[in-house]
Ligand binder design. Structure first.
Ligand SMILES: NC(=O)c1ccc[n+]([C@@H]2O[C@H](COP(=O)([O-])OP(=O)(O)OC[C@H]3O[C@@H](n4cnc5c(N)ncnc54)[C@H](OP(=O)(O)O)[C@@H]3O)[C@@H](O)[C@H]2O)c1
Length: 233
């Protein structure tokens, strides 16, 4: 006959499985600007531990961000944050991705989420700064990591409040590793956004181009518009 103790342990395990996310891990957010400050707390709500990587981890705005990023959140240098995490989000200026990725140390085996946009030139004549894409530049700088392009096609305010878009917002995910894309898709869905697979990493070039069109149109002689990808029902 089974004793009560193992049954209690099984019951506790089942309870734990029902309240924790499919995976709970440490996520490094590199950069504490608009995008880093939007994504960190939203990932923390899903049960993940957030470590911010900042050039100045002790400043008051970073302390304030840490304080609203869930249990166990912290801030440190960019390289130290990346070393602690299995998922690294590069919420950094789009023209610095290669330099910053190389400065983060060994990223082998980690998932890198790339929300950046490479913009070059002057408004309203910006051009795509990469012949390939930022996502592919990051992949070349960290060849043994799993890069997924995500979150670059929406304003940071919609990341915080997806409901403000008056309907579901889809997040295109480009990447070469299906398992990494699945992990990122779970994070996206956990925020109340809809993941949409747009194929291999090389397709990041096209999603990176969307913001360029938007900025040039807005600040050119033409009209401004909102854009939200939305899955066909
Ligand atoms: N803003 C949006 O709504 C939005 C939406 C989607 C995608 N994006 C893209 O996402 C990326 C981040 O956007 P953002 O608006 O968050 O940018 P941001 O406000 O300029 O923040 C970027 C962060 O990167 C760090 N950083 C700045 N200069 C650096 C340097 N020289 N070396 C290392 N780190 C540096 C800073 O964090 P620390 O001071 O803590 O080091 C800074 O706060 C951009 O590529 C942008 O195109 C933006």
């Amino acid at each position: 006959m089974l004793s009560r103790r193992p049954l209690t342990a099984i019951a506790l395990c089942l309870f734990a499985l029902s309240v924790v996310p499919a995976f709970a891990d440490t996520i490094a957010i590199i950069g504490t600007g608009d995008v880093g400050s939007a994504l960190g707390p939203r990932f923390a709500e899903q049960g993940h531990t957030i470590v911010y990587g900042s050039r100045d981890p002790g400043r008051s705005s970073v302390n304030e961000l840490v304080a609203r990023s869930g249990e166990g959140a912290s801030a440190t240098t960019q390289a130290d944050a990346a070393a602690q995490a299995s998922i690294v989000v590069l919420a950094i200026p789009g023209m610095l991705v290669e330099e910053i990725t190389r400065s983060l140390g060994d990223l082998s085996g980690k998932i890198i989420i790339d929300p950046t946009n490479p913009l070059q030139g002057k408004v309203p004549n910006l051009v795509h700064a990469a012949e390939t894409s930022n996502a592919e530049i990051i992949q070349a700088a960290a060849p043994d990591a799993f890069v997924v392009k995500a979150f670059n096609t929406l304003n940071y305010k919609t990341m915080i409040d997806p409901g403000s878009a008056d309907g579901p917002v889809s997040i295109p995910l480009a990447g070469d590793d299906p398992a990494a894309k699945k992990v990122v898709a779970e994070l996206v869905a956990g925020m109340g956004l809809e993941p949409i697979d747009v194929g291999p990493l090389e397709n990041a070039h096209w999603v990176e181009g969307m913001l360029i069109l938007w900025i040039n149109n807005r600040y050119g002689t033409r009209e401004s518009f909102d854009f939200h990808l939305r899955k066909t029902r």
